[in-house]
Design a protein around this ligand. Structure first.
Ligand SMILES: [Zn+2]
Length: 138
């Protein structure tokens, strides 16, 4: 059994764009943001110019509860670079607002993950400008 923990700052860093910068700014404030459509109320993630459901351009940033459940997962033992601590558990999370995101599970044993597991976001600064969202069991 290995307790899953956040990665160190040595891993490859994300590169925010003008489109995704509000998402990253939210994470730095301890907020998980997604885009909500003014036309159809659908949720969109990753950050986009048009709604993933109806194609409208009227997207607004909205805060998520950060609560959801595990849709899918895997355990990584052979990472892309040796900078990653293994094992780690990438997960796809179904958020309460009806959107999904890719993240990593922390705060439990690597072999405790399962589909449908209730999880909640937690925030871990990687650098002064980048905070990563991880999820822990709730
Ligand atoms: Zn829409």
């Amino acid at each position: 059994m290995t307790l899953l923990v956040p990665q160190s700052g040595a891993i490859p860093h994300p590169h925010p764009t003008a489109l995704s910068q509000p998402f990253w700014n939210g994470l730095s404030r301890g907020e998980l943001l997604f885009q909500r459509c003014d036309v159809c109320a659908g949720a969109t993630h990753t950050p986009a110019l048009v709604c993933a459901h109806c194609g409208a351009r009227q997207l607004q940033w909205a805060p998520s509860t950060g609560r959801g459940s595990v849709y899918s997962w895997t355990i990584v033992w052979r990472p892309q670079t040796p900078a990653f601590t293994v094992p780690y558990v990438p997960i796809i999370v179904d958020l309460e607002e009806g959107w999904q995101m890719l993240s990593n599970l922390v705060g439990c044993a690597h072999d405790a993950v399962h589909v449908g597991q209730a999880v909640e976001v937690e925030f871990h600064p990687l650098t002064a400008d980048i905070t990563l969202p991880y999820f822990r069991p709730r």
